[in-house]
Design a protein around this ligand. Structure first.
Ligand SMILES: [Ca+2]
Length: 268
């Protein structure tokens, strides 16, 4: 194995030249050399294939080897960035075992650059709702002939949601909510999907799957995923206070309730 020999020299003009001449006179074949010395003394590092022979001939030339160590020589292509590539590794870190009432924000897993032989720090942000945190609701969204009525109970372990779209004229392509006419949806809330909404402490979000029956377009009957992007308990029951934003398959509806109430229960 190649060896890095360290020769201490005085950091004065000509000192390096004298040592270099001695090494040369000794006939030592140097594979690489570098000299570092910010102070009064400097260290000359020479890389030699065989330490024993080099040390012997240097002693004859009165060049003392201060210390030595075996080194690994890595041949790399001479291009920008190759040393950086060689000395770091990308590690993927995933936080597991997150309880159903907690969510990890800002990415999980995360990729982190680990320097060779070193360590790296990864931080996760975990937001947990109280174990008994749940939201219940029932009411009406919309007015006139096109409106929805709903009921739900949602918590971290799951729950149910019912959504009924009422369309007085049946299918109405001019109405976003009545494009498929009257339908009834029964959904099961997926465990672990119930979560807080960023910067909206009164709101919760969740998702799940369920079955829909379309009175006017039976061919669309089937299983659909649904997402409540936000349901917000903003205050007292009634019109214009609480809010819900839901998507069931292609169907979307959102707005302030025109009746009823959404209630957040967040005490343990
Ligand atoms: Ca409310």
């Amino acid at each position: 194995m190649p060896v890095d020999l360290v020769i201490d020299v005085n950091n004065t003009p000509g000192a390096l030249a004298r040592v270099a001449a001695a090494i040369s006179d000794a006939g030592v074949n140097i594979a690489a050399a570098t000299c570092v010395g910010p102070g009064e003394r400097a260290e000359l590092h020479i890389l030699v294939p065989h330490a024993e022979a080099a040390r012997h001939v240097l002693a004859i030339s009165h060049v003392a080897v201060s210390r030595e160590r075996e080194v690994v020589v890595v041949e790399v292509r001479d291009r920008p960035g190759v040393l950086a590539d060689l000395t770091r590794k990308i590690a993927r870190v995933e936080l597991s075992g997150v309880p159903a009432n907690c969510r990890v924000s800002d990415g999980n897993p995360q990729d982190v650059t680990v320097p060779s032989g070193g360590t790296a720090t990864v931080s996760f942000t975990v937001n947990c709702l109280a174990a008994n945190d749940k939201m219940t609701g029932g009411g009406k969204l919309g007015d006139g002939r096109d409106f929805a009525t709903f009921g739900f109970e949602a918590r971290s372990t799951g729950g149910q949601l019912e959504w009924v779209q009422h369309c007085g004229k049946g299918v109405n392509s001019g109405s976003p909510t009545c494009a498929l006419g009257n339908f009834t949806f029964h959904g099961a809330i997926a465990a672990g999907s119930y979560s807080a909404v960023s910067d909206q402490p009164n709101c919760r979000a969740w998702s799940g799957t369920g079955t829909a029956k379309f009175k006017d377009v039976p061919s669309r009957n089937g299983t659909y995923t649904f997402t409540v992007n936000a349901a917000c308990d903003n205050g007292q029951p009634g019109r214009g206070t609480d809010f819900i934003d839901i998507a069931i398959g292609d169907y979307q509806d959102s707005g302030y309730l025109t009746g009823g109430n959404i209630q957040l229960h967040e005490k343990d």
